[in-house]
Design a protein around this ligand. Structure first.
Ligand code: ATP
Ligand code: MG
Length: 226
């Protein structure tokens, strides 16, 4: 269970303050497929960054299985970022000079697995997301956008995270490929019992998730938690 309580992230901008996240409270049971919607500037990326511990809140708490991750630091925080959450970005963010396989193996170095096991698991994950053996040995520049996003999803799954945090994962894809990527995320959330929290502009997609939260000016809009 993920429990967010009165979370705030305020940025100083000159003399004024931007309340990017402004008192968000929500609960997400394990294994759910959740979407976050809202207009540009409503605080979606800011909220996701806090959930992934890429950023610290101004106030409030984020409890993961009763541990407040806003209060952990050092090695424990690195562990949370590497092991508990996996990220998927709109722009894939793959390492360009590594092959798809090597990209997926990379986060597993944190676990200290022997190379042979890392290779085996990376191959299995890439198969699971639908890449061919030939495609696995290509660098990102030689793959389509949809294929690169599949690699990014496999990489996010590498350390068997509890949460996958995805920021507009279909934003750079055509609608047909976007649908395939969303179906893939959906299937994975059910199969691997991973909680998926995804930001999307696509209301059709949001309508298919277990729960949809709508942000407006850093606050949750009423009636979005179905
Ligand atoms: N590092 C920062 N410093 C100052 N202001 C910021 C910073 N990051 C975000 N903001 C502001 O916080 C607000 C929320 O931004 P955020 O990126 O979370 O929106 P978003 O909902 O993800 O928008 P989009 O749909 O365009 O990606 C915006 O007004 C933005 O300008
Ligand atoms: Mg954003």
């Amino acid at each position: 269970m993920l429990k967010v309580t009165d979370l705030k992230r305020h940025f100083k901008s000159g003399d004024s303050i931007v309340a990017a996240v402004d008192g968000v409270s929500l609960k997400i049971p394990d294994g759910q497929f959740v979407s976050i919607i809202g207009q540009s500037g409503s605080g979606k990326t800011s909220l996701l960054s806090l959930l992934g511990a890429l950023d610290k809140p101004t106030s409030g708490s984020i409890e993961v299985d009763n541990q407040d991750i806003t209060r952990v630091s050092g090695r424990e925080l690195n562990r949370y970022r590497a092991k508990t959450v996996g990220f998927v970005f709109q722009s894939y963010n793959l390492v360009p000079n590594l092959t798809a396989l090597e990209n997926v193996m990379l986060p597993m170095e944190f676990l200290g697995l022997p190379k042979k096991l890392r290779l085996e698991r990376a191959r299995q994950l890439l198969e699971e997301v639908g890449l061919s053996a030939d495609q696995m040995h290509r660098k990102p520049g030689k793959l389509s956008g949809g294929q690169q996003q599949r690699v990014a999803i496999a990489r996010a799954l590498a350390n068997k995270p509890k949460y996958i945090l995805a920021d507009e994962p279909t934003g750079n894809l055509d609608s047909e490929t976007g649908k395939l990527i969303f179906n893939l995320l959906h299937d994975l959330s059910k199969k691997e019992k991973t909680t998926i929290i995804t930001v999307t502009h696509d209301l059709k997609i949001a309508g298919k998730t277990d729960t949809s939260f709508k942000l407006k000016d850093g606050k949750l809009a009423k009636g979005t938690d179905r």
